[in-house]
Design a protein around this ligand. Structure first.
Ligand code: UDP
Ligand code: MG
Length: 310
């Protein structure tokens, strides 16, 4: 019996790319001794992605789709695909051809050698805009600094997971999974492959600087807890303002403009006032996250699919 490989592809406004990626995966598998299935997850696209997917699906037997009821984000789209995958291993990759399908045989080879997680690390891409490269490097620095997981810069959401690992994931019900970090945290036998990213085939990146920042903070963006963030930002602004204020206070102090003692008092009050707001805001974020998680809402909602429900 040939082993089955599931390929999970999240797609958000990728109408031009669906056909291209599916065909190139087909090409790769034509010379491999595996069966494969492709699960395309339409993450609430506003363009014709779903029509394109359905058009493609109608001519094949091993391509499936999940349609989300709205945009739930890349991470949950990948999670949903994994939840519905039947394969002996699951490979997740982007829809835009930035994750080269030619690496699939190498990943499968490592899997056969006994690695349960084969993840990839993106080599620095000279063709990417400087802003994107800088934001990506800032992203990993911030993340490693803020958390206990140690992610290599460039770790991508292009990875192979053994079915054992996938079934562990099915028990995860975080409403904001950060897969790269979770996979690292899980353990198992892991292997890293380095790859050079290709250029996006069509369309533009959906990860703005703001989205990256949110992902780095395990991006909680719900209207009901936004006020909590305000406290953090306010804290940063106040602390920053107090730093700007220091030269003036020093000037006033040196020139005896004010009563002595005033300088140090003002500095302390303003600085620590800001600091307290930051800390309070951070606590607030955690309380907010607990609030969101305790609601126990489904993490994603499927509007339609051609996969028989498990
Ligand atoms: N994506 C998604 N939902 C989103 C944003 C992105 O499913 O809300 C998908 C997108 O279609 C692509 C992958 O996630 O297949 C990576 O997104 P993108 O290429 O925009 O990110 P980048 O490569 O620039 O980091
Ligand atoms: Mg991309």
């Amino acid at each position: 019996m040939k082993k089955l490989v599931s390929i999970v592809i999240p797609a958000y406004n990728e109408a031009e790319n669906v056909f291209v990626i599916a065909e190139s995966i087909k090409n790769v598998f034509s010379s491999l001794i595996y069966n494969y299935e492709i699960i395309l997850v339409d993450d609430g696209s506003a363009d014709h992605t779903l029509e394109k997917i359905k058009e493609y699906v109608s001519n094949t037997t091993n391509i499936f789709y999940l349609e989300f009821s709205k945009n739930f984000g890349h991470q949950l789209a990948v999670k949903a695909g994994m939840d519905y995958a039947f394969g002996d291993c699951v490979i997740s990759m982007d829809c835009d051809m930035q994750h080269p399908p030619e690496f699939i045989p190498k990943m499968l080879q490592k899997w056969e050698e006994g690695f349960e997680v084969v993840y990839t690390i993106r080599e620095e891409d000279k063709t990417l805009s400087k802003r994107k490269r800088n934001s990506s490097s800032l992203f990993y620095k911030t993340l490693n600094w803020l958390s206990d997981i140690d992610l290599e810069p460039g770790a991508a959401d292009f990875r192979l997971l053994d079915q054992k690992v996938v079934s562990v994931f099915r028990n995860f019900h975080e409403n904001e999974p950060f897969l790269r970090g979770l996979v690292k945290w899980l353990g198992f036998k892991q292997y890293a492959i380095r790859y050079n990213p290709a250029a996006r085939f069509s369309g533009t990146s959906k990860y703005t600087l703001k989205k990256m920042f949110q992902l780095a903070l395990h991006g909680v963006t719900s209207f009901s807890i936004k006020p909590l963030y305000t406290a953090v930002y306010l804290g940063f602004i106040l602390s920053f303002a107090s730093v700007l204020y220091i030269p003036y206070i020093l000037y006033a102090f040196i020139n005896h403009v004010e009563v002595s003692g005033w300088a140090s008092v003002i500095m302390t009050i303003v600085f620590f006032g800001g600091l307290q707001l930051i800390i309070l805001g951070i606590i607030g974020i955690y309380v907010g996250k607990m609030f969101m998680q305790t609601k126990n809402r489904p993490n994603y909602i499927i509007r339609s699919t051609n996969i028989n429900q498990k």
